[in-house]
Design a protein around this ligand. Structure first.
Ligand code: ADP
Length: 211
């Protein structure tokens, strides 16, 4: 199955685009949701995180205190590496399992930090939702009520707009109306259906016992 990795900075419009693909009947997998699931209480990942970072990384109810963990790994690349070594293989194994269970021409995996985690090889195509930074800021402010400083800090921690554009196979420019965003998504949907059909035509030969 054709796997599309959907990425973009905070407030770029990723979730909205994912919703539009969903309305077109495309299966959507959310890497952030998977990332939360792999560290639920009782999981191996949470046990390893606690062993490495200490029990102070937990909330009183035994769940992961994400804010505290983020504080530890934010400026410490070694600690961040240790955390990623624990969670990334599990997240990607889980994503692979979910994809294998699907029956569709193609699927969309929303991976906000696709570039930052260096996992672009996981997908067949990278779809970037791109947006002027001023629009990102005003949308996030309206959606999450964060201060300009908080939004700036998040944006600084994410890949730069130019480096995201550099890895894009496909691009959605979200600098207009929601109607235009939907229309670009629909056009890409047709494009992906054609790509998936073309791949389907050549792939069966590989499995044909006569060859
Ligand atoms: P992301 O998932 O990339 O953080 P969202 O899809 O949640 O971004 O979009 C952020 C907010 O901006 C949402 O409330 C969404 O409805 C709104 N939004 C996104 N694109 C547009 C647009 N072109 N016009 C108006 N509002 C938009």
């Amino acid at each position: 199955m054709l796997i599309i990795g959907l990425t973009g900075g905070i407030g770029s419009g990723k979730s909205t685009v994912a919703d539009y693909f969903g309305e077109l009947g495309v299966p959507i997998i959310d890497a952030d949701a998977v990332a939360r699931e792999v560290v639920t209480p009782g999981s191996d990942a949470l046990r390893e995180i606690t062993a490495h970072f200490g029990a102070e990384i937990l909330n009183p109810d035994g769940t992961l205190n994400r804010g505290r963990l983020r504080g530890v790994v934010f400026r410490d690349t070694a600690q961040r590496g240790a955390l990623e070594k624990i969670v990334h293989p599990r997240i990607y194994a889980d994503l692979r399992r979910r994809i294998a269970a699907l029956d569709a021409a193609y699927c969309v995996v929303v991976i906000p930090l696709l570039l930052e985690t260096g996992q672009t090889g996981f997908v067949d195509r990278v779809l970037v939702v791109d947006s002027p930074e001023a629009s990102q800021r005003s949308r996030v402010q309206a959606r999450d009520g964060l201060s300009p400083e908080e939004i700036a800090a998040i944006m600084r921690s994410q890949a730069a707009r130019q480096s995201r554009l550099a890895i894009a196979d496909d691009l959605i420019n979200n600098d207009g109306s929601l109607a235009e965003l939907r229309q670009q998504t629909e056009a890409l949907h047709q494009h992906y259906l054609r790509l998936a059909a073309a791949a389907e035509k050549t792939a069966p030969l590989l499995h044909d016992p006569r060859h």
